[in-house]
Design a protein around this ligand. Structure first.
Ligand SMILES: [Zn+2]
Length: 356
Protein backbone atom coordinates (compact mmCIF):
# COMPACT_ATOMS: atom_id res chain seq x y z
CA UNK A 1 0.00 0.00 0.00
CA UNK A 2 1.37 3.43 -0.95
CA UNK A 3 1.76 5.69 2.04
CA UNK A 4 2.25 9.24 0.66
CA UNK A 5 -0.88 11.25 1.52
CA UNK A 6 -2.32 14.25 -0.27
CA UNK A 7 -1.11 16.53 2.51
CA UNK A 8 2.46 16.01 1.25
CA UNK A 9 1.58 16.77 -2.33
CA UNK A 10 -0.35 19.93 -1.60
CA UNK A 11 2.29 21.19 0.80
CA UNK A 12 3.45 24.79 0.36
CA UNK A 13 6.98 23.51 -0.15
CA UNK A 14 7.29 22.70 -3.88
CA UNK A 15 10.74 21.12 -3.40
CA UNK A 16 9.30 18.50 -1.09
CA UNK A 17 6.42 17.96 -3.48
CA UNK A 18 8.58 17.12 -6.49
CA UNK A 19 10.72 14.89 -4.30
CA UNK A 20 7.66 13.04 -3.06
CA UNK A 21 6.45 12.59 -6.63
CA UNK A 22 9.92 11.43 -7.66
CA UNK A 23 9.97 8.84 -4.88
CA UNK A 24 6.49 7.74 -5.90
CA UNK A 25 7.54 7.14 -9.54
CA UNK A 26 10.78 5.50 -8.56
CA UNK A 27 8.91 3.00 -6.46
CA UNK A 28 6.31 2.23 -9.10
CA UNK A 29 8.52 2.17 -12.16
CA UNK A 30 11.98 0.85 -11.39
CA UNK A 31 14.70 0.79 -14.08
CA UNK A 32 13.66 4.27 -15.27
CA UNK A 33 10.79 2.92 -17.41
CA UNK A 34 7.19 3.97 -17.06
CA UNK A 35 4.18 5.79 -18.47
CA UNK A 36 4.43 9.28 -19.97
CA UNK A 37 4.32 12.36 -17.77
CA UNK A 38 0.80 13.17 -18.95
CA UNK A 39 -0.55 9.74 -18.04
CA UNK A 40 1.22 9.82 -14.73
CA UNK A 41 -0.26 13.17 -13.93
CA UNK A 42 -3.71 11.78 -14.53
CA UNK A 43 -3.05 8.69 -12.51
CA UNK A 44 -1.87 10.68 -9.53
CA UNK A 45 -4.67 13.21 -9.75
CA UNK A 46 -7.60 10.89 -10.41
CA UNK A 47 -6.89 7.48 -9.05
CA UNK A 48 -3.97 7.03 -6.76
CA UNK A 49 -3.72 10.08 -4.58
CA UNK A 50 -6.83 12.06 -5.24
CA UNK A 51 -5.19 15.47 -5.29
CA UNK A 52 -4.36 18.24 -7.77
CA UNK A 53 -0.78 18.69 -8.93
CA UNK A 54 0.68 20.82 -11.71
CA UNK A 55 2.09 19.32 -14.90
CA UNK A 56 5.46 20.88 -14.14
CA UNK A 57 5.70 19.28 -10.72
CA UNK A 58 4.81 15.86 -12.11
CA UNK A 59 7.32 16.25 -14.91
CA UNK A 60 10.02 17.27 -12.43
CA UNK A 61 9.08 14.33 -10.20
CA UNK A 62 9.35 11.87 -13.06
CA UNK A 63 12.71 13.39 -14.11
CA UNK A 64 14.03 12.92 -10.57
CA UNK A 65 12.84 9.31 -10.67
CA UNK A 66 14.51 8.66 -14.07
CA UNK A 67 17.78 10.45 -13.40
CA UNK A 68 20.73 8.32 -12.46
CA UNK A 69 24.13 9.64 -13.42
CA UNK A 70 25.59 12.05 -15.96
CA UNK A 71 29.26 11.80 -16.96
CA UNK A 72 31.30 14.19 -19.13
CA UNK A 73 34.88 13.89 -20.37
CA UNK A 74 35.73 16.00 -23.45
CA UNK A 75 38.01 14.53 -26.09
CA UNK A 76 40.37 17.48 -25.57
CA UNK A 77 40.72 16.55 -21.89
CA UNK A 78 41.34 12.87 -22.65
CA UNK A 79 44.02 13.76 -25.16
CA UNK A 80 45.61 16.37 -22.88
CA UNK A 81 45.74 14.09 -19.87
CA UNK A 82 47.66 11.49 -21.91
CA UNK A 83 50.60 13.94 -21.75
CA UNK A 84 50.48 14.50 -17.99
CA UNK A 85 51.57 12.94 -14.75
CA UNK A 86 49.05 10.27 -13.90
CA UNK A 87 47.79 11.75 -10.66
CA UNK A 88 44.09 12.57 -10.37
CA UNK A 89 42.35 14.40 -7.53
CA UNK A 90 38.65 13.63 -7.05
CA UNK A 91 36.20 15.74 -5.10
CA UNK A 92 32.44 16.02 -4.63
CA UNK A 93 30.16 18.94 -3.85
CA UNK A 94 26.41 19.17 -3.21
CA UNK A 95 24.36 20.87 -5.91
CA UNK A 96 22.02 23.33 -4.27
CA UNK A 97 19.76 23.88 -7.27
CA UNK A 98 16.17 22.67 -7.56
CA UNK A 99 17.37 19.25 -8.82
CA UNK A 100 19.80 18.59 -5.98
CA UNK A 101 22.32 15.78 -6.40
CA UNK A 102 26.11 15.79 -6.16
CA UNK A 103 28.74 17.03 -8.60
CA UNK A 104 31.85 14.82 -8.71
CA UNK A 105 34.95 16.18 -10.40
CA UNK A 106 38.34 14.79 -11.34
CA UNK A 107 41.31 17.06 -12.05
CA UNK A 108 44.98 16.59 -12.85
CA UNK A 109 47.93 19.01 -12.82
CA UNK A 110 49.90 19.89 -15.92
CA UNK A 111 53.70 20.22 -15.88
CA UNK A 112 53.41 23.89 -14.83
CA UNK A 113 51.16 22.81 -11.92
CA UNK A 114 48.06 24.35 -13.44
CA UNK A 115 44.82 22.52 -12.74
CA UNK A 116 43.68 20.48 -15.74
CA UNK A 117 40.10 19.12 -15.89
CA UNK A 118 39.76 15.38 -16.47
CA UNK A 119 36.02 14.67 -16.04
CA UNK A 120 32.92 15.65 -14.14
CA UNK A 121 29.83 13.75 -13.23
CA UNK A 122 26.43 14.52 -11.70
CA UNK A 123 25.08 11.75 -9.47
CA UNK A 124 21.94 11.47 -7.36
CA UNK A 125 23.88 11.05 -4.12
CA UNK A 126 27.44 10.60 -2.86
CA UNK A 127 27.61 6.88 -2.14
CA UNK A 128 29.69 3.81 -3.05
CA UNK A 129 27.52 3.02 -6.10
CA UNK A 130 27.84 6.51 -7.60
CA UNK A 131 31.60 6.64 -6.98
CA UNK A 132 31.95 3.20 -8.52
CA UNK A 133 30.09 4.43 -11.60
CA UNK A 134 32.33 7.53 -11.78
CA UNK A 135 35.56 5.55 -11.56
CA UNK A 136 34.34 2.98 -14.06
CA UNK A 137 33.58 5.76 -16.53
CA UNK A 138 36.97 7.35 -15.89
CA UNK A 139 38.68 4.07 -16.64
CA UNK A 140 36.60 3.52 -19.79
CA UNK A 141 37.17 7.01 -21.17
CA UNK A 142 40.80 7.32 -20.24
CA UNK A 143 41.68 3.86 -21.51
CA UNK A 144 43.92 1.57 -19.58
CA UNK A 145 47.29 2.83 -18.53
CA UNK A 146 49.90 1.87 -21.12
CA UNK A 147 52.44 1.19 -18.39
CA UNK A 148 50.12 -1.16 -16.49
CA UNK A 149 49.39 -3.04 -19.67
CA UNK A 150 53.14 -3.21 -20.41
CA UNK A 151 53.82 -4.67 -16.95
CA UNK A 152 51.00 -7.12 -17.50
CA UNK A 153 52.59 -8.26 -20.78
CA UNK A 154 55.99 -8.55 -19.11
CA UNK A 155 54.66 -10.67 -16.23
CA UNK A 156 52.44 -12.94 -18.28
CA UNK A 157 54.49 -13.61 -21.38
CA UNK A 158 58.09 -13.29 -20.08
CA UNK A 159 59.50 -12.06 -23.37
CA UNK A 160 61.63 -8.91 -23.39
CA UNK A 161 61.28 -8.44 -27.17
CA UNK A 162 57.49 -8.48 -26.90
CA UNK A 163 57.65 -5.82 -24.18
CA UNK A 164 59.99 -3.74 -26.36
CA UNK A 165 57.67 -3.95 -29.40
CA UNK A 166 54.64 -3.26 -27.21
CA UNK A 167 56.05 0.11 -26.06
CA UNK A 168 57.17 0.94 -29.60
CA UNK A 169 53.67 0.13 -30.93
CA UNK A 170 51.91 1.99 -28.11
CA UNK A 171 53.88 5.19 -28.63
CA UNK A 172 53.98 5.14 -32.47
CA UNK A 173 52.28 8.14 -34.03
CA UNK A 174 51.17 6.45 -37.22
CA UNK A 175 49.51 3.17 -38.01
CA UNK A 176 52.25 1.85 -40.32
CA UNK A 177 54.87 2.05 -37.59
CA UNK A 178 52.33 0.62 -35.13
CA UNK A 179 51.64 -2.33 -37.48
CA UNK A 180 55.35 -3.13 -37.90
CA UNK A 181 55.77 -3.51 -34.15
CA UNK A 182 52.44 -5.21 -33.58
CA UNK A 183 53.20 -7.82 -36.27
CA UNK A 184 56.49 -8.53 -34.55
CA UNK A 185 54.57 -9.20 -31.33
CA UNK A 186 52.26 -11.56 -33.21
CA UNK A 187 55.26 -13.43 -34.69
CA UNK A 188 56.96 -13.72 -31.30
CA UNK A 189 54.04 -14.59 -29.00
CA UNK A 190 50.66 -14.87 -30.76
CA UNK A 191 48.77 -15.03 -27.42
CA UNK A 192 50.19 -11.62 -26.43
CA UNK A 193 48.88 -10.12 -29.70
CA UNK A 194 45.46 -11.69 -29.11
CA UNK A 195 45.39 -10.27 -25.58
CA UNK A 196 46.23 -6.77 -26.85
CA UNK A 197 43.60 -7.01 -29.59
CA UNK A 198 41.01 -7.97 -27.00
CA UNK A 199 41.85 -4.92 -24.87
CA UNK A 200 41.27 -2.71 -27.95
CA UNK A 201 43.95 -0.71 -29.79
CA UNK A 202 42.27 2.63 -29.05
CA UNK A 203 42.80 2.01 -25.33
CA UNK A 204 46.58 1.87 -25.41
CA UNK A 205 47.87 2.97 -28.81
CA UNK A 206 48.60 6.57 -29.69
CA UNK A 207 48.11 5.84 -33.42
CA UNK A 208 44.59 4.53 -32.82
CA UNK A 209 43.56 7.26 -30.44
CA UNK A 210 40.24 8.82 -31.59
CA UNK A 211 40.80 11.93 -33.67
CA UNK A 212 44.46 11.16 -33.87
CA UNK A 213 45.09 12.12 -37.48
CA UNK A 214 44.61 15.81 -36.86
CA UNK A 215 46.49 15.50 -33.61
CA UNK A 216 49.52 14.01 -35.36
CA UNK A 217 49.54 16.85 -37.89
CA UNK A 218 49.27 19.48 -35.18
CA UNK A 219 51.96 17.77 -33.20
CA UNK A 220 54.30 17.91 -36.17
CA UNK A 221 53.44 21.57 -36.79
CA UNK A 222 54.14 22.56 -33.18
CA UNK A 223 57.15 20.33 -33.01
CA UNK A 224 58.72 22.09 -36.00
CA UNK A 225 58.02 25.45 -34.39
CA UNK A 226 59.64 24.54 -31.10
CA UNK A 227 62.39 22.29 -32.37
CA UNK A 228 64.79 25.25 -32.18
CA UNK A 229 63.35 26.51 -28.90
CA UNK A 230 66.06 27.73 -26.49
CA UNK A 231 65.06 25.27 -23.75
CA UNK A 232 64.17 21.57 -23.68
CA UNK A 233 61.87 21.76 -20.66
CA UNK A 234 59.13 24.23 -19.79
CA UNK A 235 60.38 27.44 -18.10
CA UNK A 236 59.34 26.64 -14.51
CA UNK A 237 61.21 23.32 -14.60
CA UNK A 238 64.26 24.88 -16.27
CA UNK A 239 64.28 27.30 -13.33
CA UNK A 240 64.15 24.41 -10.84
CA UNK A 241 66.98 22.68 -12.69
CA UNK A 242 69.16 25.81 -12.57
CA UNK A 243 68.43 26.22 -8.84
CA UNK A 244 69.21 22.56 -8.09
CA UNK A 245 72.45 22.71 -10.11
CA UNK A 246 73.55 25.71 -8.02
CA UNK A 247 72.70 24.01 -4.75
CA UNK A 248 74.31 20.77 -5.95
CA UNK A 249 77.57 22.58 -6.71
CA UNK A 250 77.96 23.30 -2.99
CA UNK A 251 77.68 19.65 -1.93
CA UNK A 252 80.34 17.05 -1.30
CA UNK A 253 80.01 13.83 -3.29
CA UNK A 254 81.41 10.41 -2.55
CA UNK A 255 80.87 7.48 -4.89
CA UNK A 256 80.16 4.16 -3.14
CA UNK A 257 79.74 1.97 -6.23
CA UNK A 258 79.00 2.89 -9.85
CA UNK A 259 75.88 5.10 -10.08
CA UNK A 260 75.50 5.24 -6.28
CA UNK A 261 76.62 8.22 -4.23
CA UNK A 262 76.65 9.63 -0.71
CA UNK A 263 76.11 13.39 -0.85
CA UNK A 264 76.83 15.54 2.18
CA UNK A 265 76.26 19.15 3.14
CA UNK A 266 77.00 20.78 6.51
CA UNK A 267 73.78 19.49 8.11
CA UNK A 268 72.57 16.46 6.13
CA UNK A 269 73.56 13.28 4.33
CA UNK A 270 71.65 11.87 1.36
CA UNK A 271 72.12 8.72 -0.69
CA UNK A 272 71.54 8.89 -4.43
CA UNK A 273 70.94 5.92 -6.72
CA UNK A 274 71.13 7.24 -10.28
CA UNK A 275 69.95 4.04 -11.98
CA UNK A 276 66.84 3.94 -9.80
CA UNK A 277 66.43 7.74 -10.19
CA UNK A 278 66.10 7.88 -6.45
CA UNK A 279 67.40 9.93 -3.54
CA UNK A 280 66.75 9.48 0.19
CA UNK A 281 65.30 13.04 0.26
CA UNK A 282 62.57 11.66 -2.09
CA UNK A 283 62.38 14.87 -4.18
CA UNK A 284 64.07 13.14 -7.13
CA UNK A 285 61.67 10.17 -6.84
CA UNK A 286 58.46 12.20 -6.66
CA UNK A 287 59.12 15.31 -8.76
CA UNK A 288 61.04 13.30 -11.40
CA UNK A 289 63.66 16.06 -11.66
CA UNK A 290 67.11 15.59 -10.06
CA UNK A 291 67.26 17.14 -6.58
CA UNK A 292 70.45 19.04 -5.56
CA UNK A 293 71.96 15.76 -4.26
CA UNK A 294 71.27 14.02 -7.54
CA UNK A 295 72.72 17.00 -9.46
CA UNK A 296 75.93 16.61 -7.48
CA UNK A 297 75.94 12.86 -8.21
CA UNK A 298 75.31 13.46 -11.95
CA UNK A 299 78.17 15.95 -12.08
CA UNK A 300 80.46 13.35 -10.57
CA UNK A 301 79.17 10.53 -12.81
CA UNK A 302 79.27 12.35 -16.15
CA UNK A 303 81.76 15.22 -15.72
CA UNK A 304 81.43 17.91 -18.40
CA UNK A 305 78.60 16.06 -20.13
CA UNK A 306 76.31 16.23 -17.13
CA UNK A 307 74.27 19.29 -18.22
CA UNK A 308 72.82 17.26 -21.08
CA UNK A 309 72.29 14.17 -18.93
CA UNK A 310 69.99 16.00 -16.51
CA UNK A 311 67.16 15.73 -19.06
CA UNK A 312 67.57 11.98 -19.36
CA UNK A 313 67.09 11.73 -15.61
CA UNK A 314 63.92 13.86 -15.62
CA UNK A 315 60.35 13.06 -16.66
CA UNK A 316 59.55 13.67 -20.32
CA UNK A 317 56.24 15.23 -19.18
CA UNK A 318 58.28 18.42 -18.63
CA UNK A 319 59.38 18.72 -22.25
CA UNK A 320 58.09 21.80 -24.08
CA UNK A 321 56.71 19.63 -26.91
CA UNK A 322 54.85 17.32 -24.53
CA UNK A 323 53.38 20.31 -22.69
CA UNK A 324 52.14 21.72 -25.99
CA UNK A 325 50.45 18.48 -27.01
CA UNK A 326 48.42 18.54 -23.79
CA UNK A 327 46.66 21.68 -25.03
CA UNK A 328 46.57 20.98 -28.74
CA UNK A 329 43.00 19.72 -28.92
CA UNK A 330 40.01 22.05 -28.70
CA UNK A 331 36.60 21.57 -27.10
CA UNK A 332 34.17 21.78 -30.01
CA UNK A 333 30.87 23.66 -29.76
CA UNK A 334 27.74 21.47 -29.81
CA UNK A 335 26.07 21.50 -33.27
CA UNK A 336 22.28 21.55 -33.80
CA UNK A 337 20.37 18.49 -32.60
CA UNK A 338 19.47 17.21 -36.13
CA UNK A 339 23.15 16.53 -36.80
CA UNK A 340 23.74 14.46 -33.65
CA UNK A 341 24.80 10.88 -34.09
CA UNK A 342 22.87 9.24 -31.27
CA UNK A 343 23.79 5.62 -30.48
CA UNK A 344 20.99 3.10 -31.13
CA UNK A 345 20.72 2.07 -27.45
CA UNK A 346 20.06 5.69 -26.43
CA UNK A 347 17.43 6.12 -29.18
CA UNK A 348 15.70 2.96 -27.99
CA UNK A 349 15.59 4.27 -24.42
CA UNK A 350 14.13 7.54 -25.66
CA UNK A 351 11.38 5.61 -27.48
CA UNK A 352 10.45 3.67 -24.35
CA UNK A 353 9.79 6.94 -22.55
CA UNK A 354 7.77 8.53 -25.32
CA UNK A 355 5.71 5.47 -26.36
CA UNK A 356 4.62 4.33 -22.91
ZN1 LIG B 1 67.98 14.44 -2.75
Amino acid sequence: MYTYGSEHLTSHNPHTTTKVIGAYFKDRYPEGKGPSTKDLKNSIRCIELGCKVSYWKVWMGSEIAKFKYFFVAYGAWILGFAQMRKVIAVDGTFLRSKYGGVLLSAVAQDAENHIFPVAFCVVDSECDASYQYFFEQLRTHYGCCMRHLGENIRNNFHNASVVYHFYKAATAYNIDVFSDHFNRIRDLVPQAATHLERVGFHRWSRAFFPGNRRFAEKFHERHMKFINAPTIFIPSIEKDIAKNINLGNKLLVHQTINYKYIVTSHDEVATVDLLAKSCTCKVFDIDKVPCPHAMAALRCQYGDDYGRRIYEYSSSYYKVEVYLIAYVEEIKPVPSEETWEVPIEILEKKNIFSIC
